[in-house]
Every structure is written in C-alpha cells, then in structure tokens.
Design a protein around this ligand. Structure first.
Ligand code: UDX
Length: 449
C-alpha cells in the first residue's frame, strides 16, 4: 500500500452513482493506492452485501430521517446543507490524521460542494461523471441553448448548439426533468444538474466512465476546455466479479428461471433505480410485452408503480407471473445481461445499464425517463444503432412492435456485438481506457506529492 497517496471517493448516494464509483475505487486499490469510500449512514445501513476488499468505508449523515422518501430535490437540499456540513467536518479530520491523511478527493460531479470544499482546504479534487460524456456536454450547453431560444426541449427540431452533435441530436433528446413532463428549460432537476455540471467542470480533472470509442467527438470537445479529461470506462468490464452492493434485495431465483429458457427467448425489463411509472404506463408495457409472445423478466422495485389501486396492480403482476413473465424486486443485472437466454433489454437507458448492455453486446429497446437518459437513448438508436428508441411513446402496440423488431434484427445484434468487441479491446491492457486509467493514476500520484 502506497501510504503517501490517500484518495477519498465520494459518490452521490444513489445506486447508479455508487456502482461506478465503487468500481473506480476498486481499480485504484488494485494499483496500491489507499482509498476511503464515503457513504451516507442511511445507505450503509441498507447495504446487505460486503464491499470489495481493501476499501476503508466511512459514512456521514444525509440529514434526513430513515423513513424519508428522499425525493430528488429534498434529498439534494439536505445533502447540500446537513450532508455538506458533515462532509466538511469529516474532511478536516481526515486531512489532519496522523497516519496517511487524505491527499486527493474524487467526488461525484452531481455535488459541487464535494469538490469545492476540499479545494478550499488546498486539496486537489477531481470530478467523477457517472453519466455519458455526451449528456455532460448537453448539460454544459444548456445555458447557451436557453439563451439562443433552442427550446422547448420537446420539439423534433435538430439542436445546433451542442458541439459535435449537430445533425442527429433533436431537442427532445436533450436532458429532461422528472416523470416525462413537457418541461425542459425550466425544470428544477435539469437546472440543478446543469448548474452542478457548470460548477464541477472547473475541477482539476473530469473522469468519465466511458470509452473513447463510444463518445469520441464529445470527449474531444470537453478536452479542449480547461480541465484534463479521462475516459476510463466501462469500469465494470475490467472485472466480471467486482462486487456491487445493492440497496434492494436481489432475487436469487431468476438465474435458475432463465436457465429453463431457450437461447435469446427472454426480454429483460428494468427501468433502473430511480424511475417511477404510472399504473397506465405499467399496463401498456405489460400488454405490449405479453403480445410479443416472448417470456420476460421484469424488475419492479417496491413502490415503483404509482397506483391508486394496489390490489389491481397485484392482480396484474400475478397474471403476468401466471403467464410467461417473472417479476422481481431487484435482479443481478450484469449476470442477467450475459445469460444466453436473454435476447434484448427493455431499458430506461441509464448510463450504467447502457454500458452493461454494450459490454455484453445485448440489443436494447429504450424508453428513457429523465436527466441523461434521453440523450443516451438517441445515441443507441441513431448513432451506435445497437437498439431502438421508443422515446415519449408508451403504447402497447409500439412496445410490441419495437420489442419484436429488436429481437429479430440481425443488423442491430451485429452492431451491438461489434461494439462489445471494441469495448473489450478498450479495457484490455494497452487499450484506450486502460491507458487512460494508468494516466489518471499517475496524475493522482503527482497531485498527491
Ligand atoms: C440514473 C441515470 O440515468 C444514470 O445515467 C446516472 O448516471 C445515474 O442515475 P439509474 O436509474 O440508477 O440511473 O440507472 P443506471 O445508471 O442504469 O444504474 C442502475 C444500476 O443498478 C445498474 O448498475 C444496474 O446494473 C443496477 N441494477 C438495476 C441491478 O443491479 N439490478 C436491477 O434489478 C436493476
């Protein structure tokens, strides 16, 4: 262990941020760097599984009682006040520790305070971006888009002011607020993210969990800005066994259920860790899936469907399970995606899910919700051509048609597999992402001197 270098890694405390930052922390530990990983007390209590070995875990309060729903804005507010005060105090203690004080911070770009506080203390801080470089660039361009009147963000018009994405990015592919509303430029979630991206883009470096082969133009534009840019992903592809502790209880029967199915005969459905759907949307998806005739494995987190009739919802889930469906609270997603029985992934196109799919060469059907997902799904459908984008349409007929098309398409499967092959090269020794990770480790060591 190199005691002269001690990195504090601090993710935004949500599953989709914790996963890639834990993979990053593990990659640092593998190089001999000492790493402390910072959770919230609430999350640390919920994690059932062990973390990867070699990490020191610490936690701070997020300022909310355990039974609080932690909606985005309330959670952000609490993290920026109570969370930030606790972080400041902890950081001060870690900086003055007699043995191995913290020498560098890598914090999630969602929390500008997590980067600005160490900088106040003279400690270098790097911003880790858990979404795509393209959506980062879109967020960064947001003030200009509003200024130039390239709104509302629901129109089909092509966007002209996001560098490198002219010609295929439409306004409706830009980052969006919660619950698929018609809002865009005025949505508080989008504005918060855009503000965070603007502030954290000034960190001494930006780390992206992406590969140059996926997002070369966006990365080139970002690198021409002020901060150094490192594209080191997909991090999970570095090791098939890296642990990912979950905030939900993983269903342990679904792999055996998949074993009982033919090759490429099952549709895997998951809308990530945050999205909430209406009962009507649930019914449209369910009907569309049932009409395809394919078996499906569907992740429905507790409380994920907003309903006034839990009994009706329970009946529909029961009927799906009586047919060709299996519904689970949480799945071992990476294992599911590499199972031979799975033929496509109906996904919200969250960046982790997109990367996990890409690494397995799995075709995608995208139904994006918010933030970066609109941009990611456009890339899947129009740039990489590794799936289809159902954006904004939630009708059983469209679900049925799109799933059938993706399950049957040799072109989409071939594009997905070509991308997977390239990504394997990128993360292999001397590949672009591996070389970038080595450069980043050197950078962190130099900063820590
Ligand atoms: C959101 C954003 O859209 C994402 O791009 C951003 O960077 C983080 O916040 P989220 O809804 O969490 O993401 O989706 P995603 O980024 O896909 O992450 C979900 C993670 O949970 C994935 O790593 C996935 O493997 C895991 N997961 C999901 C499971 O392990 N089991 C499940 O059943 C469902």
């Amino acid at each position: 262990m190199d005691a002269a270098v001690h990195v504090l890694v601090f993710p935004w405390p949500r599953q989709g941020h914790i996963n890639p930052m834990l993979q990053f922390a593990t990659a640092l530990v593998d190089t001999g760097i000492q790493v402390t990983f910072l959770h919230t007390e609430h999350n640390l209590r919920r994690f059932a599984q062990a973390h990867p070995p070699g990490l020191r875990l610490l936690s701070i309060p997020d300022g909310l009682p355990d039974d609080h729903p932690r909606g985005f804005l309330a959670f952000m507010e609490s993290m920026c006040t109570a969370g930030s005060a606790a972080y400041r105090a902890l950081l001060l203690a870690l900086l003055s520790a007699a043995d191995a004080p913290v020498t560098c911070v890598v914090a999630d770009g969602t929390m500008p305070f997590a980067i600005e506080i160490p900088e106040e203390f003279g400690i270098p801080a790097l911003s880790f971006v858990t979404h795509s470089a393209c959506s980062y660039l879109a967020f960064l361009s947001m003030p200009k888009l509003v200024e130039l009147g390239e709104t509302p963000f629901t129109a089909d018009d092509l966007v002209c002011s996001v560098p490198g994405m002219e010609g295929f990015l439409r306004r409706r592919d830009l980052p969006r607020g919660l619950y698929c509303t018609e809002q865009g430029d005025g949505d508080p979630l989008v504005l918060k993210f855009a503000e965070a991206v603007g502030r954290t883009s000034k960190a001494c470096a930006l780390i992206f969990n992406t590969a140059a082969s996926m997002e070369r133009p966006a990365l080139a534009h970002l690198a021409s800005g002020t901060s150094d840019v490192f594209a080191i992903g997909p991090l999970h592809a570095r090791s098939s066994s890296a642990a990912s502790p979950s905030l939900w209880r993983e269903d342990d029967g679904c792999m055996a259920w998949l074993d009982g199915h033919e090759d490429r005969s099952v549709v895997y459905v998951s809308l990530g860790s945050l999205a909430v759907i209406t009962h009507e949307q649930f019914t449209e998806f369910l009907s569309g899936l049932a009409a395809t005739g394919y078996a499906f494995l569907w992740v429905l987190r507790p409380g994920m469907v907003k309903t006034t009739s839990p009994a009706l919802l329970g009946e529909a889930v029961g009927a799906a399970e009586g047919g060709k469906g299996r519904v689970v609270e949480w799945a071992p997603q990476r294992d599911v995606l590499r199972h031979r029985a799975v033929g496509c992934f109906l996904t919200h196109a969250g960046w982790n899910s997109t990367l996990e799919c890409a690494v397995e060469g799995m075709p995608m059907v995208c139904w994006p919700f918010f933030v970066d997902q609109q941009t990611n799904s456009r890339f899947v459908g129009a740039v990489w051509k590794t799936g289809l984008d159902m954006k904004d349409v939630c009708e059983r007929g469209v679900v049925e048609r799109t799933v059938r098309e993706v399950m049957a398409s040799n072109e989409i499967r071939a594009a997905a597999q070509a991308m997977a092959q390239q990504l394997r090269l990128d993360v292999a020794e001397a590949g672009s992402s591996s070389s970038e990770l080595e450069r980043l480790v050197r950078f962190v060591r130099e900063l820590s001197v």
